[in-house]
Design a protein around this ligand. Structure first.
Ligand SMILES: [Zn+2]
Length: 113
């Protein structure tokens, strides 16, 4: 399962950060998950405890903040939240937008003891 390998690398990243803080345990993690990240929330939540078992993150609470897709128009500069990726500006209709949000798979914060 794709999300399991994502969860494992996430836990590795968390453990490295926790070791730098000389923490003994990670109690909660807040993750930004973009709609375009290619990772599904449900499977990730399911896989996280398995990936965390036996690590500093064992038993940590996982909070997921879903990040919507945002595009910026190259013509009018408008930045718009969209439900799904589109190639024309929702504001002025010009073709050519760049994705400015929604690719995130980022640790926003974590709590350790
Ligand atoms: Zn536009």
């Amino acid at each position: 399962m794709h999300e399991l390998s994502i969860a494992i690398s996430l836990v590795e990243q968390l453990e490295q950060a926790a070791r730098r803080e000389r923490a003994s345990r990670i109690t909660s993690v807040r993750l930004a998950l973009g709609a375009l990240s290619g990772v599904e929330r449900g499977p990730l939540e399911f896989c996280f405890p398995m990936a965390a078992a036996g690590t500093l993150a064992e038993g940590a609470r996982l909070e997921i903040e879903e990040v919507p897709i945002t595009v910026r128009c190259r013509s009018c500069g408008a930045e718009t939240r969209v439900g799904e990726l589109q190639l024309a500006c929702p504001r002025c209709g010009a073709p050519g937008v760049e994705v400015t949000g929604g690719r995130e798979l980022t640790v926003r914060s974590m709590e350790v003891v």
